[in-house]
Design a protein around this ligand. Sequence first.
Ligand SMILES: [Zn+2]
Ligand SMILES: [Zn+2]
Length: 734
Amino acid sequence: MGRRIRVRGQVQGVGFRPFVWQLARRFGLTGWVRNDAEGVLIEVSALSEGFEAALRAEAPPLARVDRIEASDVIAAPCAGFEIRASGAPGAETRVAPDAATCPACVEEIFGTGRRHGYAFTNCTHCGPRFTILTRLPYDRAQTTMAAFDLCPACAAEYGDPADRRFHAQPIACPDCGPRLWCEGAEGGGAIEAAAALLRAGGTVAIKGLGGFHLACDATDPAAIAQLRSRKHRPAKPFALMAPLEILLRHAAPSEAEIALLKDPAAPIVLLAKTPGLPEALAPGQATLGWMLPYTPLHHLLLAAVGRPLVMTSGNLSGEPQVIGNAEAREKLAGFADAFLMHDREIARRLDDSVERITPHGPMVLRRARGRVPATLPLPAGLPDRQVTGYGGQMKAALCLSKNGQLLLGHHLGELNEALTWEAFLQADRDYAALFDHTPEAVACDLHPGFRATQHAEGRGLPVIPVQHHHAHLAACLGENLWPADGGKVAGIVLDGLGLGPDGTLWGGEILLGDYHGFTRAAHLAPAPLVGGDAAQAEPWRNALVRLDAAGLAELADRLFPEAPRALLRRAAATGMNAPLSSSAGRLFDAVAAILGLYPARQSFEGEAAMRLEALAGPPEPGYPMGTGTQIDPAPLFQTLCRDHAAGLPPATLSARFHAGLAEAFATRARTLVETGAARAVALTGGCFQNARLLDEVLTRLQGVPVLIHRATPANDGSLALGQVLIALAQLEST
Ligand SMILES: [Zn+2]
Ligand SMILES: [Zn+2]
């Protein structure tokens, strides 16, 4: 009796078939393995429990085995064990995310073999994937490596199931693969020339996996200042790259943080700042974003420089990252003194992912390179149908459902920017073509002004509009595989802004609901958002209206003597360009402004709130907030201002603010669970990127089942996911 074994998960393009081949030989089994639309299919001549256990236990580093199903079959006799071609054309439907250079390849580039010093070394366990893919199935001819013919040595490795490079589609060597050069710097090889310039304080544009970076010496304040002034980027934190041994001289990551840094996804990981590096890298922030070198090019360059490098995205202000050589020369010439580039095209722009480790596990802030196009399983009870979710306006990303999987696409950015909008439209076509996706309906935000909403309405398909914070709640439920009939959850949604069904802007909510619907159980008392968008950029505007509402108008006059207060108050009174908003994000802005952290304009979204988090001292009892379903922050502001006047340190005030906000929402959510109205609490919305707030809320929810984001962002980057889940729930009931 033989066995037929189905392996599901991320098992294509990751060396799974040669792994099975080697395993079968080890266990003395005959039979075959092949890829098909559902994953990997194996037939072996006999039952071997050891073999089946090893499929999961010893799977290759980039594989993710979701499920193994095995049944007895009468196996056709085979002489040996063979790797068969895929079934029907188009059967291979998966591609893995891009993966950081594996230890074996790093050893090779620093060794003496034929790939010594070769910047494009890769194997089945590492290298570019999604960023070079032009079409599925994932095969060299359908990647940007198609232009490079294999030399005999590479061809032999490619064809040998015992080799680490068996069917490694981007396989390359100095004889046959892409070439590296440096424009604008003289002397030695490309790496040496770029390294010398970096050590001398210059800025180099570097072509990476998903786009160009701008790099400079992270230990050199003058180099950093020069890059900041050239990029007109006064304060937004720069990410850094260094090999682990150099990183450890400048940061003290925990074991979990080191594991995340070394993950094949190689995300930027936010690590607590330690003294030593220039403050200008991330002014006023408590953390610095670090990543390890993730391509051979990075490894070689970092080894030659011997210092940590700033690696910030190579783009014009507000625009997406540059990916083409010609585009880089044109757009980055004003920033970079030299260009380190190569002739392997980038098929798809992917920013670096940004993540952090909190006491409660990993947290994703930006989901892109290394994480996409990995899928999430569809929660039980939702129909397996094809829907596209178009997300929101900020931190745009798409989501597709198909074959029981949810594909949350990569971070695109802010859709008001023309080129990002173009990238959004391209991503829509791209994902649909790649995954042969033909949606029967599309989902989008309620906000009619969002470009993604307008795009959804123009598709000529049934449109399912979804309230912004309901989508946040559903995304959190979906990531946690909350079943469709799992019952209602109390969603604490602390966020920037989203349009509510009542026409006001929401953002500090407790929603009681699930995929099928919701009610607004409690919310922050609204305040006018005077000047609309201006209120987002200028925290003092939020402080003024909150102080006025708390009977502290005189204090507001003293705190903001230069501001056009009368104008603002008139607008607030008449409601002219002053929509009401219950946003929690704006509450953070208001407090930051009162503490003098941000009297004028923020230079990027969330800046004031991030500073407030960075400032928070040891835990304190929280400031009081009103009782009832309208959570009135007036008592909070009154107490905070008293403390402020008494000269208490801002660290204490920030700690008390975080605790007070957490207390108000956690108490109400806990009550909903304890009275049986909700089965669990879900924490979602952009404010939950704040690890302090997350911790304060979780502390107050001990003993209650709580769902949080770990693999998807709590911010608007997950809206599309929530929209798709809600749309599926609606389709099911029609
Ligand atoms: Zn490798
Ligand atoms: Zn070769």
